[in-house]
Design a protein around this ligand. Structure first.
Ligand code: TYM
Length: 381
């Protein structure tokens, strides 16, 4: 897939909706994107609604936001919010995609609020020269099964399949598109002369679900968007025009990227050998994990003597993000890694088992979702 601002010779950090490369410096992103860090005061407030902070917040996997404070203030005044997130269905879902969805489900449960979920089959068709619309439509269905398997309830979850449901969004996209200049879009997204015009219009389509709740219900409430920080450029342009259209600015809460199994870089479907997909069979998972990059030493003897480095280890990150909920056990794992008491093979074997158990349960729920998927479609409501 070509990125509109792809510069092959540059190893600098790049974080765009289409490309993430280099070592991601999250503090720098907060500064450059103009977002806010999650402060202790804000987290204390959030905790009053969620009883206990979600692990992803506690560990600052979600680390940055815009207007979550405003959304909570409005909530206190009786103005609810809706959740909005989405997926570009270009292939199978990997476990990195599940990170923001798991947190979104937590918010939905705690705040008893609606989720609008956009399946952007049109986006993935437009940005990839090789792809057919039939292909992205097929993946929309497959990916929706994964979303449902995360545990969203049909009564509160509204999936919008862009190419089927564009009639619901179209007038909103027009209002949005009319107010964003080409110059703003080009500087935000890096469009070039060779970028196709579908792609140039595209940001208006990703903006539209921020505002759809009013159209469907008459209620004007803000949208809160949980997603990784790669999606942020969309919200910058959307926030600029929201109030001109009589809506609240959409709020965001941003997460970090689950790394791939290689040395650095996010888990990305374009690198299947370093990604764990929800449909990967157990032996494939084992094999990918076995080949994963760790912070280990060249030989077992050396590692027993000198210890390993969990800070660069992809496997350790999987415990941190998803597979070790106990902070004490995580600290113990880290200590044993650093001291050389545990070797990489043991961690790999253990994480492969945990992953396979997790995926097996996910796939059971995914299979059941085939019976209920229609109930989630925005048009069946
Ligand atoms: P997509 O399909 O690239 O990604 C879906 C969601 O997964 C997040 N994500 C990750 N999170 C953690 N670790 C990773 N390694 C990782 N890789 C991807 C993304 O940030 C996203 O939240 N254009 C969008 C689809 C979309 C959307 C939205 C996403 C439409 N409306 C609203 C978020 C919110 C896309 O292609 O996402």
């Amino acid at each position: 897939m070509a990125s509109p601002n792809n510069d092959e010779n540059n190893n600098e950090m790049v974080v765009t909706p289409w490309e993430v490369k280099g070592k991601v410096d999250y503090e720098r992103l907060i500064r450059e994107f103009g977002t806010q860090p999650l402060t202790p005061e804000l987290l204390a407030k959030l905790e009053t609604y969620t009883n206990k902070l979600h692990l992803q917040i506690e560990r600052r996997i979600f680390f940055s936001h815009r207007d979550v404070d405003t959304v909570l203030k409005l909530y206190e005044q009786g103005i609810k919010f809706v959740l909005y997130t989405g997926r570009g269905p270009s292939g199978p879902v990997h476990i990195g995609h599940l990170i923001p969805w798991i947190f979104t489900r937590h918010l939905q449960e705690k705040f008893k609020t609606r989720l609008y979920f956009q399946m952007t089959d049109d986006e993935k068709f437009l940005i990839d020269d090789q792809r057919t619309l039939a292909d992205t439509q097929k993946w929309s269905y497959e990916n929706a099964l994964d979303l449902i398997a995360v545990g969203f309830k049909p009564e509160d979850t509204f999936i919008i399949y862009d190419s089927q449901d564009m009639d619901l969004l179209y007038d909103i996209t027009l209002e949005v598109a009319k107010r964003i200049t080409y110059s703003t879009a080009r500087s935000t997204f890096g469009f070039q002369d060779s970028t196709n015009i579908g792609w140039v219009y595209w940001p208006a389509i990703q903006a539209a679900p921020c505002f759809i709740h009013k159209k469907l219900t008459g209620e004007n409430v803000p949208a809160l968007i949980p997603a990784a920080i790669d999606q942020d450029p969309y919200w910058r342009v959307t926030r600029d025009i929201a109030q001109k259209l009589g809506y609240y600015k959409p709020a965001q809460i941003h997460c970090r990227f689950l790394p791939g199994l290689g040395a650095g870089g996010k888990m990305s479907a374009s690198m299947p050998e370093t990604s764990i997909f929800t449909i990967d069979p157990p032996d494939v998972v084992k094999k990918k994990i076995w080949n994963a990059f760790t912070g280990g030493k060249g030989t077992a003897a050396e590692q027993r003597k000198l210890g390993a480095d969990p800070t660069v280890c992809s496997i350790f990150q999987y415990y941190f993000f998803l597979f070790e909920e106990s902070n004490e056990k995580l600290a113990e794992r880290e200590r044993k890694c650093r001291s050389g008491e545990t070797l990489c093979g043991e961690c790999k074997k253990d994480i492969a088992e945990k992953l396979n158990q997790f995926l097996e349960a996910h796939r059971e729920r995914r299979e059941k979702a085939k019976d209920t998927i229609e109930q989630y479609h925005v048009k069946r409501k």
